[in-house]
Ligand binder design. Structure first.
Ligand SMILES: *Cc1c(COP(=O)(O)O)cnc(C)c1O
Length: 421
């Protein structure tokens, strides 16, 4: 069976003489420098994804990069240079974006468990919006801002009354730790006069993640804009900012099709035409992590041993679950399925056998791929797990079993070398 996600991801990369190029370099070249296993991020791929998203969305809609997908400082600087704002979810991530030179006014800070010191740091930095997730957080934020002698801009994060249909990870609708239930928002808006140190900035509505269906995402945007419209009579001032969320998915599995992002942009454009008159000066933001960086990342391991067990071939790799738990199916997945995997030095080589790709850990969970069709690979060969740029390095239990850390290489292809791949 064709692995659609593998074909779709390889279209973003260049291949020369059957070798995958990451930022113009082969995996063997990068391995010689940083050792294996390693993560490599091709900024050329991230740029293509950004440009496609930018072209698809209405011009007036701002793009925020969700840092938790990949907080590597060079990646954060890259998106700053492209003009993105940022969504952070901890004081640690806030420091990363500030160190990268982000404009604090273009930073939103969400997260259900913000600690006092985190709110204080956000207040001192003068961020664009603290996206508050409960009534108690509003009270705490007002007290901290008062102690700091500053006005803190806050947006209400809304737990919508609707769900994002077909979303890989639901973060809105029903009872949730995230946001303030939509039906309670008008009551809280009425309390703003009690909080002299807070400035009301607007709303943040994020319904879910990893959605590949354009019509479901547009429906969620419609729900978000209608919710905001219903709040308008209760707002202490016109909202300056509405973060509509995103949830833009990328193909991971054999049967996945690419999200039709142009249809998302067109649908959002129509919604804005309808809703613009209600909020003429409100800035609109979408936020996305994996859509921008998921595909630019490749996790490369080396085959340590080739062995057979009762009729099946096992390639035992020097990397696995401890570096890339999402690819092993342990990061929110219900069913274990293979990520796109290839032999980066033998692209286009005819598959000759089915292999199981396992890591070095003493646990059956450490399996990067089952029954993957591959050209013949022996000890010393390289294996590349694609779509490793988001929720990889920092979303994996790297200290589990005490193996060395993977390398990380950010590679930018030489600019203006024409179309590749
Ligand atoms: C995790 C998260 C994102 C990013 O999700 P992606 O699937 O990487 O686009 C955006 N916004 C919020 C509030 C999040 O928690």
């Amino acid at each position: 069976m064709e692995h659609k996600a593998l074909s779709s991801i390889l279209r973003y990369f260049a291949v020369r003489d059957g070798r995958l190029l990451i930022g113009g370099r082969t995996c063997a070249e990068i391995a010689a420098e940083v050792g294996t296993p390693f993560y490599a991020y091709d900024l050329g791929v991230a740029r293509k994804k950004y440009e496609r998203l930018r072209a698809a969305l209405p011009d007036e809609v701002e793009i925020h990069y969700a840092v938790k997908a990949n907080p590597h400082p060079e990646i954060v600087r890259f998106f700053r240079d492209l003009g993105c704002g940022f969504d952070v979810a901890s004081a640690g991530e806030l420091r990363v974006v500030l160190d990268a030179g982000a404009n604090p006014a273009a930073v939103g800070f969400a997260g259900p468990g913000k600690r006092e010191f985190e709110i204080r740091e956000a207040c001192r930095a003068g961020i664009g919006s603290l996206n508050v997730e409960s009534e108690a957080e509003l009270e705490l934020a007002d007290r901290i801002a008062g102690e700091e002698g500053r006005r803190l801009r806050v947006a209400i994060r809304v737990n919508p009354a609707y769900e994002l249909v077909g979303s890989g990870m639901k973060m809105g609708g029903g009872p949730k730790p995230f946001g303030i239930d939509q039906e309670n928002v008008p009551r809280l808006l009425a309390r703003f006069p009690e909080w002299p140190n807070l400035g009301f900035a607007g709303f943040h509505i994020f319904a879910g993640s990893q959605n590949l269906r354009a019509e479901a995402i547009v429906a969620a945007f419609e729900g978000a804009l209608s919710a905001v419209a219903s709040f308008l009579p209760h707002c202490p001032n016109a909202p300056e900012l509405v973060n509509l969320g995103g949830g833009f998915g990328i193909p991971h599995y054999a049967a996945d099709n690419e999200l039709d992002i142009e249809a998302v942009g067109a649908g959002l454009g129509e919604l804005l035409e309808r809703h613009r008159p209600e909020m003429p000066r409100t800035r609109l933001v979408v936020e996305t992590g994996r859509y921008l960086v998921g595909e630019c990342g490749v996790y490369v391991c080396r085959v340590l041993y080739r062995k057979e067990s009762r009729g099946q071939v096992f390639l035992v790799l020097d990397g696995g679950l401890h570096h890339n738990q999402a690819a092993c199916g342990n990061f929110g997945q219900v069913i274990k399925r293979n990520f796109p995997i290839c032999a980066p030095e033998k692209i286009g080589g005819e598959p000759v056998e089915e292999v199981n790709l396992v890591g070095p850990l003493c646990t059956p969970l450490d399996r990067l791929g089952s029954k993957v069709e591959m050209p013949r690979l022996d000890a010393g060969a390289l294996v590349a797990v694609m779509v490793a740029g988001a929720y990889g390095f920092t979303a994996s239990p790297r200290s589990f079993l005490g193996h060395p850390e993977p390398g990380e290489a950010v590679v930018e292809p030489p600019r203006r070398q024409g179309r590749q791949g």
